[in-house]
Design a protein around this ligand. Structure first.
Ligand SMILES: Cc1cc2nc3c(=O)[nH]c(=O)nc-3n(C[C@H](O)[C@H](O)[C@H](O)COP(=O)(O)OP(=O)(O)OC[C@H]3O[C@@H](n4cnc5c(N)ncnc54)[C@H](O)[C@@H]3O)c2cc1C
Length: 441
């Protein structure tokens, strides 16, 4: 029999120390007188013993680390700083209050509470935004507004008042700094905040916060392959009542009275016309897929203000709500502002919308019109910004825990991808989605 066979190392052996094993080995060696075989067996036993001990130590280490990591992940929180209490900043505040990953929310808004609550113009929440906000607990029964085809129309000030009064009651620690402009000096306040921070620049299309926070100020201009014109009508004697939009597609205009050759309409898609806004602040948009029809050529090149004014005036009186007063020529001249010619509809996309700054342990995101906006009012503009917030909760959860460079980069890449997708979708079909065009070209 091979002398090594007598060294059956059983589990209790693990507890013995090296000397004891040696003793045991020596004893067996003496008994059998096979010195080289015994040495080999002794070494094997020792190695096996060490392997088992190492395996147990590694397993214990992995288990402990997994438990500690999962506890750390579960309890990780960050401080969220929001700049701008527009609809996007306030919806972000709601997302953060609901996601349970934010220890404190700080909101900077340069305007006073009163000015915010009195913001007159309308916002229109489309079906997707309504579902998103409902899931976050927004109680539409308690917001003054009106419904039409699943979309909700309300005054911006009403929405802001609802958010600013309900979100702080959700239990998250909220520090509202209304009437406080975020400036270069505010950066010092950010540095004083301990731990990880996420700063959201939601300060609108002319905001400077993203730049102050270190995001590049470069924008890309994308053509939406359409032409458009807009008009705004202020009727001081009317109330600010939210109204559903009214729209009409495939309109053709006879512009021969202005010396324009526009009789040839066959084969070209006509204009889409939309009226939206409150009963006092009425907005109109005219749009058409990019083409070189005689009408389009005339409206892009002939600079006769009365031609465009008459188009808006006629369209308004034809497609307005029955309850609305007609628009007279003198009122149009006095109270209606409009684009004199068709312009190319463009989306302006901030190229850098997310970043991480290691020194200050701070993520920065640009959202809403600070990240992307376009040069035409669709009457549904707020929804593009809300789309950007649909992944915010996941980003916050991720931003709380990521620590390796690779993981941070992955989180930022994902956010950038989402931002790109929103722009691509808008360029491809946004004008159709927001009823500005019937079909894309
Ligand atoms: C006249 C008009 C009519 C509109 N009509 C419609 C409509 O019918 N339907 C629709 O859906 N949308 C409409 N919109 C668009 C809609 O209002 C915007 O899409 C939406 O408000 C954008 O939200 P936001 O939060 O990104 O930016 P904003 O609403 O612009 O909010 C930015 C906020 O940041 C604050 N801010 C800026 N800089 C700082 C700073 N440094 N520090 C602190 N605070 C700062 C500003 O005071 C502001 O409150 C209209 C817009 C206008 C101007």
């Amino acid at each position: 029999m091979n002398s090594a066979a007598i060294f059956v190392i059983q589990q209790p052996m693990i507890l013995r120390d090296r000397e004891e094993i040696m003793l045991q080995c020596n004893k067996n060696t003496y008994n059998h007188g096979d010195i080289s075989g015994t040495n080999f067996a002794m070494e094997s036993a020792y190695v096996l013993n060490q392997l088992i001990i190492s395996a147990i130590v590694v397993t214990c280490f992995i288990c402990t680390k997994t438990i500690v990591d999962s506890l750390r992940r579960r309890n990780a929180r960050l401080t969220l700083v929001i700049i701008g209490a527009g609809p996007i900043g306030l919806t972000s505040m709601l997302v953060a209050a609901r996601c349970g990953r934010v220890s404190r929310i700080v909101l900077y808004e340069e305007l006073s509470k009163l000015t915010l609550f009195n913001k007159p113009h309308q916002i229109a929440l489309d079906v997707k935004s309504v579902h998103f906000l409902k899931r976050l607990g927004v109680d539409f029964d308690n917001i003054e507004g009106c419904w039409d085809s699943g979309c909700f129309y309300t005054r911006l000030g009403v929405f802001q008042e609802y958010m600013l009064t309900t979100v702080p009651k959700l239990g998250a620690a909220v520090d509202l700094r209304l009437g406080t402009k975020f400036t270069r000096d505010s950066l010092r306040d950010l540095e004083k905040i301990d731990g990880r921070k996420l700063v959201l620049a939601c300060d609108g299309s002319s905001g400077q916060a993203a730049r102050l926070l270190g995001l590049s100020d470069e924008f890309a201009q994308h053509s939406c392959r359409a032409y458009g014109a807009v008009a705004a009508l202020d009727r001081p004697d009317e109330c600010q009542i939210p109204m559903p939009e009214r729209l009409m597609h495939n309109l053709h205009f006879d512009l021969t009275a202005y010396g324009a050759e526009t009789s040839e309409v066959d084969g070209y898609q006509g204009f889409s016309f939309k009226v939206f806004g409150t009963s006092r602040h009425r907005f109109m948009s005219l749009s058409i897929p990019k083409c070189e029809s005689p009408q389009v050529k005339s409206l892009r090149t002939v600079l006769d203000r009365s031609m465009m004014r008459n188009i808006f005036l006629k369209c308004f009186n034809t497609y307005k709500a029955d309850s609305e007063p007609r628009l007279s020529d003198p009122i149009a001249v006095k109270h209606m502002k409009f684009s004199p010619r068709l312009f190319e509809v463009k989306l302006s996309q901030r190229l850098e919308t997310s970043a991480y700054f290691q020194d200050s342990n701070m993520f920065v995101l640009a959202e809403g019109e600070a990240a992307r906006c376009y040069n035409i009012h669709t009457g549904m503009d707020v929804n593009v910004g809300i789309k950007g917030l649909m992944g915010l909760s996941s980003f916050i959860s991720l931003a709380c825990v990521v620590d390796s460079e690779h993981a941070i980069l992955q989180a930022l890449l994902q956010k950038n991808k989402d931002a790109d997708r929103i722009c691509r979708d808008f360029i491809k079909a946004g004008l159709v989605e927001y009823h500005m065009l019937k079909t894309c070209l």
